[in-house]
Design a protein around this ligand. Structure first.
Ligand code: GLY
Length: 400
């Protein structure tokens, strides 16, 4: 990869690349483009405060595998393999940890549901390792003696999205950040020429990348309707008292009476517990959701009851009909693709994991490629179709 040397955008003459959206995906795309030598600007009134602010940061290609999502699985696995190189220049700042994931069954029925998922994972050649309850508790002594089964996924790691955001913003530099809301695309004939901002000013760019998650629904002038819908999640952050550290060393994903829950331990002595999945239209934290997450996390790790609950957050994930992103160029009515426009949204539960892949795909498209193997994720693939609903999955079908 080319070395990144800071180059400020050219005032007046516009940028090479304008990225709308300063979440993990937008910043990752911008950073990759900057490292490829482009003049990049990121447009966001409040970077890192959307879905990225809530995200636990599980890099869970294997444990998030969803039955019949083979194409998405390919993108997730590729992105998982890109993560070490993506994180390497950010050093320890981004909180990238190659700790494993333990999948835990709360009771016999949960064990059967996880066994079914595991069989599908193994059929796809994904490495999972059975553990007896004794073995799981030898690794993680705080696990409840009442758990009914466990397996390990060594390939599913984690990053801290808030630290990642800070690291990417620092790398990009404040001169690349425009703290404004993008209101509409600017068109120059048949090509996109930049964006109009909420103060009425125009920001010209050779290429505009729409990477603002659900915010893309409010961006005027898009040549395609993006089938995005908000899938809300409640997520909790707790502090572990010294006497209980480490609470767990691996990410713990459990199924408790059919309800999924995860615990992601951080290096700083905190743990993230998530997440509900609801489509009730409410961006307020759900009391029932908090209660259920704590109840189910305690069923797996009883000492959760002794932690300090210091933050509850709700945010919406940008869902799509097939749970896969909307990524790439958009067809023009007269044939070919709309010039000057790339879409990168709809990452649903997988934005953090898929950031390096999204950055790679966008870079390839910027360099004249057509998205290669990732053409199936083009943003216009639903044109003319109704908005379907995704099917559920044992480890992430929780709804409150
Ligand atoms: N990526 C996990 C979640 O969305 O809850």
């Amino acid at each position: 990869m080319d070395e990144y040397s800071p180059r400020a955008p050219l005032p007046g003459s516009g940028a090479d690349v304008a990225v709308v959206g300063g979440g993990v995906v937008g910043l990752g795309i911008a950073w990759e483009a900057a490292r490829a030598g482009r003049h990049v600007v990121v447009i966001d009134p409040a970077p890192g405060t959307g879905a990225s602010f809530a995200a636990a940061g599980m890099l869970a290609a294997v444990s998030e595998y969803h039955y019949q999502e083979e194409a998405l699985l390919g993108l997730m696995l590729e992105s998982a393999t890109l993560w070490p190189a993506f994180a390497q220049p950010l050093a320890a700042e981004a909180g990238y940890l190659r700790t494993p994931t333990l999948c835990i069954a709360g009771d016999g029925a949960d064990r059967q549901a996880l066994a079914d998922l595991r069989a599908v994972q193994e059929a796809h050649g994904l490495e999972v390792t059975s553990l007896t309850v004794r073995e799981a508790r030898a690794r993680e002594p705080m696990l409840s003696p009442g758990i009914a089964g466990a397996f390990e996924i060594a390939a599913d790691h984690q990053v801290d999205p808030r630290r990642l955001i800070a690291a990417l913003l620092a790398r990009l530099g404040s001169e690349r950040l425009v703290r404004r809301r993008a209101e509409s695309l600017l068109w120059d004939g048949a090509r996109v020429a930049g964006v109009r901002l909420d103060d009425g000013s125009e920001l010209l760019a050779q290429e505009t990348i729409v990477a603002n998650g659900l915010g893309a629904r409010d961006l005027a002038g898009l040549p395609v309707q993006l089938p995005l819908r908000p899938v809300y999640g409640d997520i909790l952050r707790l502090r572990i008292p010294q006497r209980l550290r480490p609470l767990v060393t691996a990410t713990v994903r459990g199924l408790v009476r059919g309800r999924p829950v995860y615990l992601v331990p951080r290096e700083d002595g905190t743990v993230v517990i998530g997440a509900t999945q609801r489509e009730d239209g409410s961006d307020a934290v759900s009391a029932g959701g908090v209660y259920e997450l704590l109840r189910d996390a305690q069923a797996l790790v009883p000492a959760v009851a002794e932690l300090e609950l210091y933050e509850t957050v709700a945010r919406a994930r940008p869902g799509t009909p097939d749970n896969a992103p909307l990524l790439g160029r958009v067809s023009a009515p007269e044939g070919g693709d709309v010039e000057g426009l790339i879409v990168a949204t709809g990452f649903f539960r997988h934005g953090v994991l898929l950031t390096p892949a999204a950055a790679r795909v966008c870079r390839e498209v910027l360099e004249g490629g057509n998205g290669g193997a990732w053409k199936p994720f083009r943003p216009d693939r639903f044109a003319g179709l109704g908005n379907g609903r995704p099917i559920s999955h044992p480890l992430h079908g929780r709804s409150s």
